[in-house]
Design a protein around this ligand. Structure first.
Ligand SMILES: [Zn+2]
Length: 294
């Protein structure tokens, strides 16, 4: 059970968001900056995302009449304008995902502020608007990042794990929503096989790897909750995996009471509920700590 289920629009029982992080080959450039430009295999693995998987994914969304959220590093916005244009043309949302997928724990202080601002500039220039949502590369939100989000008037973050359903975070500077992630609905554990960046997972077969996600959905649906996939075009957008996801979307839309939504639509919905006093999200107060705990 969930103690404080969110009343979803039109009596839907569960909100569903399939969110893609279009990292493309930014991952190899940030991991191996000295010679990544000549590592053709991982570049090709990443390029599969914007060039082959994104058109396939967008085609499914168009056919099913749904709009979803994508998170894209600023460097990728610059290097893959066709994919970006197609995503925006479909009415989908693009959120901030760092400049070149720098880990906020490894890129702190002035370097983080600079990378964050560079990505903001790319969003304004290429997408024509400031992003409303943020997902930290490798989920590594720091207090500095939260402060930057509040300062830049972001509506939500989607990197943290303190609840099953969207909640609110307050900091001394302001507040924002959290659209919570977790590893059980992320495609990295079942499908990532990437020695150069330190991951060698035993790759699961498409139905086996995805089965864990669908079990998560059943629990969220039963509890009246929130089901979000955190997936990557170059992993879950591959032919056999996406074929199964597509079938799941079709079946779920036909047989269940679900609301497929962009994360910004969920933020709007929460704003509306709060304004009418219908619902109050659970609040997490940050920072959690103001110094080392020993
Ligand atoms: Zn990423």
């Amino acid at each position: 059970m969930i103690r404080n289920p969110i009343p979803w629009p039109n009596g839907a029982r569960c909100a569903v968001a399939i969110t893609f992080d279009m990292d493309a080959d930014s991952l190899i450039h940030i991991a191996r900056p000295d010679d990544s430009h000549d590592r053709v295999y991982p570049i090709s693995m990443g390029r599969y995302g914007p060039t082959v998987a994104i058109p396939r994914i967008l085609d499914t969304y168009k056919r099913m009449g749904i709009k979803q959220s994508f998170f894209i590093p600023g460097w990728c916005l610059e290097n893959y304008p066709d994919a970006v244009e197609a995503i925006l043309e479909g009415g989908h949302e693009i959120g901030h995902h760092g400049w070149i997928h720098e880990d906020p724990i490894a890129t702190k202080g002035a370097a983080q502020a600079e990378a964050f601002a560079k990505a903001m500039d790319a969003h304004r220039r290429i997408c024509g608007m400031a992003p409303r949502g943020y997902r930290a590369p490798v989920y590594n939100v720091t207090q500095q990042v939260l402060d930057l989000l509040v300062e830049n008037k972001f509506r939500y973050d989607s990197s943290l794990m303190a609840d099953d359903i969207p909640y609110q975070m307050t900091t001394p500077q302001g507040s924002l929503y959290e659209m919570p992630v977790h590893w059980g609905t992320d495609d990295w554990p079942p499908f990532a096989h990437y020695d150069e960046i330190g991951y060698l997972m035993p790759v699961k077969g498409p139905s086996e790897g995805l089965a864990a996600f669908w079990e998560e959905f059943e629990a969220a649906y039963e509890a009246g909750g929130f089901f979000m996939l955190i997936v990557h075009p170059f992993l879950t957008g591959r032919l056999a995996r996406w074929r199964l996801v597509e079938r799941w979307i079709e079946k779920t839309m036909a047989e269940r009471d679900v609301w497929f939504a962009r994360l910004e639509d969920i933020a709007d919905h929460l704003d509306g509920l709060k304004a009418t006093g219908t619902y109050a999200p659970r609040v997490e107060k940050l920072p959690y700590f103001d110094g080392p705990q020993r």
